[in-house]
Ligand binder design. Structure first.
Ligand code: ADP
Ligand code: ADP
Length: 228
């Protein structure tokens, strides 16, 4: 569960990126956050794992204020997928996926099993791909690794910030359907940022429309079609 309670963010230069922002993402739900460039989507997202601190208001994860968690504990329990592919270039795919499980001191055998399971989930043969370097994969495949890496240590919450923006339409559709499948299988709480309305409607259990740092509408895709 992720909750924003009357959150505001004013950057040091005076830009009010978020104003009176309240939003609740229920456990096991995908909420898509959509709005024009500059409306505050990324700022909202980064406050959840405390890459940015709010100026006012509170953010809760599972009923607990985010600033009451140990910062490592908080970030380990939140998978974060960025728009730019951010795999470690000198590590193999397997090593990339292992980073957080290793920090959490998972046993080797458990990590190995997890890598196989995740690669299979996104249709990449483990024996072929786990020893490869990121540059030996296509852009779409790298993005898929970015997604499963965020899931590796089984976080409760996943934040995705335009993870498909750099992809061609076919890889994009493939990944959208991967996320839907993952969601059904593992029932994660997901906050997904996009500026693509079709993507927001296709992926979201509920869709939050944002403008100028505020929520304009928050409803199911069906209701948004009926009451545009
Ligand atoms: P979005 O993700 O919807 O494109 P952002 O959250 O990136 O929006 O930005 C919201 C607003 O805050 C924009 O006006 C942006 O220019 C401004 N902004 C973002 N980051 C900073 C920063 N570090 N300092 C000052 N202004 C910022
Ligand atoms: P997005 O593509 O999500 O809208 P941006 O391209 O707006 O992100 O921002 C990229 C980075 O630049 C972010 O880390 C953001 O915090 C920072 N940034 C954006 N706008 C400003 C600004 N006006 N002043 C300082 N930093 C900014």
């Amino acid at each position: 569960m992720i909750e924003f309670d009357k959150v505001q963010k004013i950057y040091p230069d005076g830009t009010e990126a978020i104003r009176e922002f309240s939003l609740k993402v229920e456990e096991g739900e995908i909420v898509t956050l959509i709005g024009p460039s500059g409306c505050g989507k990324t700022t909202a997202m980064k406050m959840v794992n405390r890459l940015i601190e709010p100026t006012a208001g509170d953010i809760y994860i599972n009923e607990r204020k985010v600033n009451s968690y140990n910062i490592h504990e908080l970030r380990w329990n939140i998978g974060y997928v960025l728009q730019e592919i951010a795999l470690f270039p000198h590590m193999t795919i397997g090593e990339n996926i292992s980073v957080v499980p290793e920090m959490k001191k998972w046993k080797r055998k458990k990590i190995r099993t997890r890598i196989d399971e995740l690669l299979e989930m996104v249709g990449l043969d483990p024996s072929t791909y786990q020893k490869r370097l990121p540059r030996e994969l296509s852009g779409g495949q790298q993005q898929r690794i970015g997604v499963v890496r965020a899931l590796a240590a089984d976080p409760d919450i996943i934040l995705m910030d335009e993870p498909f923006s750099a992809l061609d339409p076919i890889s994009r559709e493939q990944l959208q359907s991967d996320i839907k499948t993952l969601q059904k299988e593992i029932k994660k709480t997901i906050l997904f940022v996009t500026h693509d309305m079709d993507e927001a409607m296709a992926l979201g259990d509920r869709v939050c429309l944002m403008k100028d740092g505020e929520v304009v509408q928050f409803d199911t895709p069906q209701q948004l079609i009926l009451n545009p």
